[in-house]
Design a protein around this ligand. Structure first.
Ligand SMILES: *Cc1c(COP(=O)(O)O)cnc(C)c1O
Ligand SMILES: [Zn+2]
Length: 454
């Protein structure tokens, strides 16, 4: 008997099942979200030690596509996929950065940052998109009529979709909210030859349109309500545990918008628990921007009710989402993983990001949200100084060079550049340069000795 998986309705009272290579996003019986369910009895026939050995043997190896952090776990991701249909760019395997200096400065010496932005298109979205685009390639090879793949995006999903589709020679359509994504994010799908639609709305508006569009046309929907993406993204927790030589961290902090990623993170841990690969699980903290905080508001009411909000503009543009599609999945995960939800203001997220940059990172604003929330929880004693904590860094800071430059020029409205560091403009005169440097280096030395005394 081979490994297999299928789509299943997330409502336990329904539980309707569908083939994995069927074009379907929601349950036809009850309209609920679907999730990918694996034949766990079959997976359990391999013992935990054998799984670990297999993953250790494959990851970062040159055995294409098994060197990928996603495909080294193929049996637990999409076992029915043929090698010929796999569209992989060696995703995963990103650095788990020991944030030694930043951790020390905030009183958390065992702090790690998972650099998911060190990836082909610069965000964790590659982890999910390799699975989705591979499944489309497989379905097209079976003769399924899928003329194009489409997504609504706050920038990073479209970049990943465009790149993977371009590699597989499948047309991609991306719907972006006009003037709400960074230049770097906009130029990625343009360069990869996607059909780029810039709509006069926000992300939630684009999401409604693409859902309606993919109902009317055969165009395939690539947003994270399509649970194939969750299968790829769930490998991030597996990879973190593997990078700690199969030890489980105490707490993981993750920024949340549409809430697909936190659902995926939890799903990976649940599977590892069931298979005995780990014997405990981390607590999960979701970090939201105060300007887009529907999960935080629901958390404050014990998840008894959910109300969508109109998300206000935030520097953390990839999480400017007021009506998260994976809300229910995320709540289930948070209830299982002693979840905490906390929020960060624009000032807090910008400063946390810049502060961490000072210690050698180069953060995107969403990572800034997670770091700001982390600092709050440490200060309140909800995260203890001896805990091993991992922050999920979701995108590369270079995608947000514009706004980071504006922070350092003190030019962001409503935000003070507490850590601003502007270039010093001088004539090309050795004496002036020498004198200026003496002063500047002296100031740095004073700053670090003051910090050491504290
Ligand atoms: C997509 C994205 C998020 C949010 O992930 P969700 O699954 O929507 O919660 C956070 N940060 C970045 C950089 C992203 O691209
Ligand atoms: Zn159903």
């Amino acid at each position: 008997m081979k490994h297999r998986c299928w789509f299943q309705c997330i409502d336990p009272d329904c539980g309707e099942k569908y083939e994995i290579f069927e074009v379907i996003y929601r349950c036809r019986k009850c309209d609920e979200l679907l999730e990918v369910v694996h034949d766990e009895a079959r997976l359990a026939r391999t013992g935990p030690e054998s799984w670990k050995r297999l993953f250790d043997d494959r990851i970062r190896s040159n055995k294409w596509p098994y060197g990928s952090g996603v495909w080294c776990r193929k049996e637990m991701v999409l076992p029915q996929l043929s090698d010929e249909s796999t569209v992989s760019m060696y995703e995963g395997g990103s650095n788990l950065f020991w944030a030694e200096r930043f951790g020390r400065e905030i009183g958390l010496p065992d702090l790690w940052v998972k650099q998911c932005g060190n990836s082909h298109t610069g965000s964790f979205k590659d982890l999910g998109m390799t699975v989705l685009v591979s499944a489309v390639k497989e379905m097209r090879s079976h003769g399924e009529d899928i003329p194009a793949v489409a997504c609504a995006s706050t920038g990073d999903t479209s970049a990943a979709l465009a790149a993977y589709c371009a590699a597989a020679d499948i047309p991609a359509v991306v719907l972006l909210p006009r003037n709400k994504v960074s230049l770097a994010q906009l130029v990625q799908p343009i360069s990869n030859g996607a059909i780029v639609l810039s709509l006069d709305t926000d992300f939630d508006g684009c999401m409604e349109t693409v859902q309606e569009l993919t109902k009317r046309e055969n165009i395939y929907l690539a947003n994270s309500m399509n649970s194939l993406r969750i299968e790829g993204q769930k490998t991030v927790g597996m990879e973190i545990v593997q990078q700690f030589d199969w030890q489980v961290p105490d707490t993981i902090v993750i920024p949340g918008g549409n809430l697909g990623n936190v659902s995926a993170l939890g799903k990976g841990f649940l599977l590892m628990e069931k298979l005995g690969i780990i014997d405990r699980h981390p607590r999960i903290v979701v970090a939201q921007a105060e300007h887009a905080n529907p999960l935080y508001l629901a958390y404050k009411k014990g998840f008894k009710e959910f109300e969508a909000v109109t998300a206000k503009p935030t520097l953390a543009s990839a999480i400017q989402i007021g009506n998260p599609v994976s809300y229910k999945k995320a709540v289930r995960i948070l209830q299982h993983f002693e979840g905490i939800v906390e929020q960060a203001s624009e000032q807090e997220l910008a400063d946390a990001s810049a502060h961490a940059d000072r210690t050698g990172m180069f953060n995107c604003p969403h990572t800034g949200v997670a770091l700001a929330v982390l600092m709050k929880l440490v200060k309140r004693g909800e995260i203890k100084p001896d805990e091993r904590v991992v922050v999920i860094s979701t995108a590369h800071g270079l995608k947000f060079a514009d706004q980071k430059a504006r922070y350092h020029q003190n030019a962001i409205e409503g935000v003070t550049g507490t850590f601003a560091n502007e270039p010093i403009e001088l004539p090309n005169d050795v004496a002036r340069v020498q004198e200026t440097l003496r002063r500047a280096i002296g100031e740095k030395q004073d700053a670090s000795s003051t910090a050491a005394e504290q």
